[in-house]
Design a protein around this ligand. Structure first.
Ligand code: 13P
Length: 290
């Protein structure tokens, strides 16, 4: 059964660990990350952007695949189907399709007032349906056209205003960015994290751009109130590296290794192994509840 992320992340916040939110890209991906979660008895947030959902034939197909896989694989740990970086319009589509958790990313709206207004509307709707809500303050940058935007620092007063709307967890910029970090990245701003946490109390915080942040910084962020860590690129790199090694070694030419079940297996195994390492780093292993 799919659950929302509210209780899961409140437990993580209290217990000083974080739940990994891994983006799904296809059926194999979803199967890999569920395998890791079950083997380590870790709760897991499976998340999907509107773009990745479109690639997978829509929000409804993504949800149905996850639900059916959980039944078929007899998954016993709690699993969340979460919308990652949803626009206002995406949120309604994902709710309709049965997502159990929604991120409304209002950080790109024309004004903070619009972000506030729309977050309030989505919180009301989602809570009437038992769906959890993540909001965002301070855009999380990334690399576009070869230029890497510096990670923004969210304004603590704006974080408090959004927190007061009753969101279940909050993504706030603390110098983090999506994708691979440039060599001259300054690291996470723990001063900013402390200021935000002081404003929002025990509200679980979300760290986007989990790929490539040094483990000591991840652990410190968790100890200061980060309870959900988003990871996408890391698993994409692990999958591509393993698949590339398989091809470069010429193993793809042996026997019937052209069969997609065999061709994709090294990548599948690499995702399982890397997801398990991350779950151990985040401290969520053994925290699933039956
Ligand atoms: P990375 O691709 O940098 O891991 O970021 C994932 C993310 O934050 C998704 O919202």
């Amino acid at each position: 059964m799919l659950v929302n992320a509210t209780q899961m992340l409140q437990s993580a916040e209290k217990g000083h660990y974080a739940v990994g939110a891994f983006n799904t890209n296809n059926l194999e991906w979803t199967r890999s990350i569920l395998t890791a979660a079950e083997e380590l008895q870790s709760p897991i947030i499976v998340q999907c952007t509107a773009g990745a959902a479109k690639w997978q034939q829509g929000f409804k197909v993504v949800t149905d695949i996850l639900r059916d896989l959980c039944d078929y694989m007899k998954i016993t740990v709690p699993v969340v189907m979460h919308l990652d970086h949803g626009s206002y319009e995406d949120c309604f589509k994902a709710i309709e399709a049965g997502f159990t958790s929604i991120m409304y990313d209002g950080s790109h709206e024309a004004s903070f007032e619009i972000n506030l207004e729309r977050t309030a509307e989505i919180v009301k709707l989602c809570h009437s349906k038992g769906i959890s809500v993540e909001a965002e303050v301070g855009g999380i940058g990334g690399t576009e056209d070869g230029i890497t935007a510096k990670g923004e620092l969210a304004d603590p007063a704006q974080c408090k205003a959004i927190a007061d709307l009753g969101v279940d967890f909050l993504a706030c910029g603390i110098g983090n960015i999506h994708g691979l970090y440039p060599d001259d990245w300054e690291g996470l701003s723990f001063d900013q994290l402390a200021k935000i946490k002081a404003e929002v109390g025990d509200l679980p915080l979300v760290l986007h751009g989990g790929t490539g942040i040094p483990t000591d910084q991840i652990k410190k962020a968790i100890s200061m109130g980060v309870s959900k860590i988003n990871v996408n690129t890391d698993l994409q790199v692990a999958f591509a590296k393993a698949t590339r090694a398989f091809v470069v070694s010429g193993k793809d030419l042996e026997g019937k290794n052209y069969d997609p079940r065999k061709f994709l297996k090294p990548g599948f195994d690499a995702i399982v192994a890397r997801t398990k390492e991350l779950m151990v780093d985040f401290g969520s292993d053994g925290k699933g509840w039956a």
